[in-house]
Design a protein around this ligand. Structure first.
Ligand SMILES: [Zn+2]
Length: 173
């Protein structure tokens, strides 16, 4: 059974790696987003959905703890929640900062898990922990492989940046 999703390794430093080199040395996991975090999401998906569709999310907190969760799918789909939502809420419950997030999904048993970047709503949720949160994104054309991006890279025109920019602008003061 193939149940893997692997990072696409490139010769040059990724944007996340470069950011780690320049970021202040906050007390957090040295590699917020790594293969063990992806593997934790896959294990959670397989535990909860051993047959058929499988999916789950995993986040790492600033203390290095991994929290996993799965989607909530009540009969009324309007009330459903993404795979990530439970992990985000649990991190919030314990007062931890999320520093990395990954979501995996596969349609059929034995199929390859693909990486799902956080949806727009989950991006808004992740914004609670700032633009440097790392997220796994799919490598298009190479199903199952993933790359690291920051939340800021996912949304370069984030509305929060406009608010911050306006607050600092001498024109609008
Ligand atoms: Zn979502």
């Amino acid at each position: 059974m193939q149940a893997t999703a692997r990072r696409l390794f490139v010769a040059s430093a990724t944007s996340c790696a470069r950011r780690r080199l320049t970021r202040n040395a906050l007390p957090q996991h040295p590699m917020p987003l790594d293969q063990p975090l992806v593997d934790a999401a896959i294990r959670q998906a397989l535990d909860r959905f051993p047959t058929g569709y499988a999916g789950a999310a995993a986040v790492r907190t600033d203390a290095g703890r991994i929290i996993t969760s799965v989607a909530f799918d009540p009969p009324n789909s309007c009330a459903s929640l993404c795979h990530e939502a439970g992990a985000y809420c649990e991190a919030n419950r314990i007062g931890a900062r999320v520093v990395a997030s990954v979501c995996v999904s596969r349609e059929t048993p034995g199929g390859t898990f693909i990486i799902l970047a956080p949806c727009g709503i989950c991006q808004e949720r992740l914004a609670l922990w700032g633009p440097d949160v790392e997220v796994a994104v799919a490598v298009l054309g190479r199903p199952g492989e993933w790359e690291c991006r920051t939340l800021a890279e996912l949304r370069p025109h984030d509305w929060l940046r406009a608010v911050s920019d306006a607050e600092q602008s001498p024109i609008l003061r």
